[in-house]
Design a protein around this ligand. Structure first.
Ligand code: XMP
Length: 323
């Protein structure tokens, strides 16, 4: 019978046998899948595993700390953190086109990850033979089944890796669905903030700033996003909705008034959606009082934002993300 306990036991035994005395590397993205995959492999082979987390500076407030502190505390994993914020910001300077941003972020990510990988191998020797991936059952079906999913945006998973690998893959979640992965993660003692995390795109906040990505704009968006998440969590709505992108329209300004002064600031868009699989989605009918609270807090607490708007478009015709 299917229990999380059985799944864990089975996978731990299989991973031990597969890896033997060799070593493995796992990229952490901050998301559920890579975290649970890493925790399982850690349980199986302990210090033979090294995790890599590339901080591209495009994460939401507190997420990097969650990986660095909470995930490490829960698992005891060996973690190599690469602070690549400056590198990503430099590469993104002057770029507003969404596809261009995605390409740059994907390219830089692979370069940084490969370098970290090379450093680990230089330290540990050629016995690093395995790479852990958080591939889920639906991913397996999708890529093998040839369902011909339209690729509208160049999707890039931060867990996703270069193709010229001489590594063997460890994919301990290959038979699991998302809800099962969350259960396994919980059983492995991972914090709720990681296990229950909603989908978040690999390119991060880089594709939630309409316009050029700068440090100032990222910081501003991080504040607004943190407020929205906090309020949705406070009323328990984060579990009901699929996700709620918070978007900064950095190239738009509108006139406002605050105190007795005129302002000329940016709008923040709230994009709460309900969905089963992200292929289609409907905008979530959030209670007005929750929206009001989020709006009041964002305009009061986030400098340079004087308007909060709600996206009431389904998918199709809109996509979930704005870029
Ligand atoms: P769209 O905007 O295409 O998003 O309706 C569908 C789902 O995919 C997520 N998303 C991404 N996830 N890398 C990812 O790992 C990406 O480049 C990416 N772009 C969008 C989005 O958050 C939504 O859940």
């Amino acid at each position: 019978s299917w229990t999380t306990g059985n799944v864990i036991e089975e996978q731990v035994a299989a991973i031990r046998e597969q890896v033997g005395t060799k070593r493995a590397i796992c990229g952490l993205s901050g998301g559920v899948d890579s975290a649970v995959a890493a925790a399982l492999v850690q349980k199986a082979i302990g210090s033979q595993l090294t995790c890599v987390y590339v901080d591209h500076g495009l994460m939401r407030k507190g997420e990097t700390e969650q990986v660095e502190k909470d995930f490490v505390a829960a698992t005891g994993v060996q973690l190599k953190v690469v602070d690549a914020e400056e590198r990503f910001l430099k590469a993104l300077a002057g770029v507003s086109d969404p596809e261009e941003k995605r390409k740059i972020i994907g390219r830089e990510f692979i370069r940084v990850f490969e370098q970290a990988q090379a450093e680990i191998i230089a330290d540990a020797g050629p016995e690093v033979a395995f790479l852990v991936q958080g591939t889920l059952y639906p991913d397996v079906v999708e890529s093998g089944g040839g369902t011909g999913t339209a690729n509208i945006k160049s999707h890039h998973n931060v867990g996703g890796l270069p193709e010229d690998l001489e590594f063997q893959l460890i994919e301990p979640l290959r038979k699991l669905f998302k809800d099962e992965v969350r259960m396994v993660g919980q059983e492995l003692g991972l914090p709720d903030e990681i296990v229950q995390r909603q989908p978040f795109p690999g390119p991060g906040l880089g594709i939630r700033i309409v316009g050029e990505v700068t440090k100032e704009r990222l910081d501003l968006l991080r504040e607004a996003d943190a407020i929205a998440r906090e309020e949705l969590t406070a009323v328990g709505l984060d579990r009901d909705i699929w996700q709620c992108p918070v978007v900064l329209l950095a190239d738009v300004r509108s006139v406002g008034v605050q105190g007795d002064g005129r302002t000329y600031g940016h709008p923040i868009v709230l994009r709460p959606v309900s969905s089963e699989d992200a292929m289609t989605a409907d905008w979530s009918r959030l209670p007005y009082d929750v929206l009001a609270k989020i709006s009041t807090r964002i305009t009061n607490e986030v400098a340079d934002v004087n308007r909060v708007v709600l996206d009431v478009t389904s998918k199709p015709p809109g996509t979930i993300e704005w870029e």
